[in-house]
Design a protein around this ligand. Structure first.
Ligand code: GRF
Length: 198
């Protein structure tokens, strides 16, 4: 079973769904750590409630991303983490973590990438008058929401939709699709094959 760390900067509802999917079931993964770059992230409280170890490390205490990620890497090694799941983590992953976890970091984004990358994808879709948007799960590379796509699911935007109603529809899909995709990915051992070829 793969040992997963979830990185979250905010609410952590995806983190919770990923943990809950493993309760009482045999899954391809277990969540061993919640990491946050924000001291007030509600994800940290959820981790306490769910009985998952959690850590906050402030980027402000480091001269650069390399030094920051060196300490995060130390934490991940202590927990023998195999795989990183970004769930609302509002920071680009740098070369230090990308090199060590090559092909073993995934992210979820609330649009059909490559459409509406970056901040506030839901607001961008509404602003553009899009009729369809969705959810994308993808591998993480050095870019912003640019890595190879693993799974996507569409959501229809109705004229009556508000920001809140659309966000609810998107999150409902995320909470099902993220644990399911993660399980399939880690059960198949696709990531092992990928890293051993390189
Ligand atoms: C999700 O909508 C995800 O797609 C995006 O950030 C949001 C995180 O929500 N990357 P939560 O913190 O998991 O509730």
């Amino acid at each position: 079973m793969k040992r997963v760390a979830v990185f979250a900067s905010g609410s952590g509802s995806n983190f919770e769904s990923i943990v809950n999917a493993t309760k009482g079931k045999e899954k391809g993964y277990e969540v061993v750590l919640l990491f946050s770059d924000q001291p007030t992230a509600y994800a940290l409280e959820r981790a306490d409630q769910l009985g998952v170890s959690s850590y906050f490390i402030s980027p402000k205490n480091y001269p650069d991303k390399m030094a920051y990620e060196a300490d995060i890497l130390g934490l991940l090694m202590r927990y023998r983490v195999d795989f990183i799941v970004l769930a609302g983590y509002m920071r680009l992953i740098g070369p230090m973590l990308l090199k060590r976890f090559d092909g073993d970091i995934i992210n979820i984004h609330p649009s059909l990438l490559p459409e509406f990358p970056g901040l506030d994808a839901i607001g961008q879709a509404l602003e553009a008058g899009a009729k369809i948007t969705g959810v994308t799960i993808h591998y993480v590379d050095e870019g912003m929401d640019t890595g190879p796509i693993i799974a996507q699911e569409k959501v229809e935007i109705k004229p009556s939709d508000t920001y809140d109603s659309l966000q609810k529809k998107i999150q409902k899909i995320e909470h099902r699709l993220y644990p399911q995709t993660l399980d399939q990915l880690l059960r198949k051992g696709e990531t092992i094959a990928k890293t051993s070829v390189n």
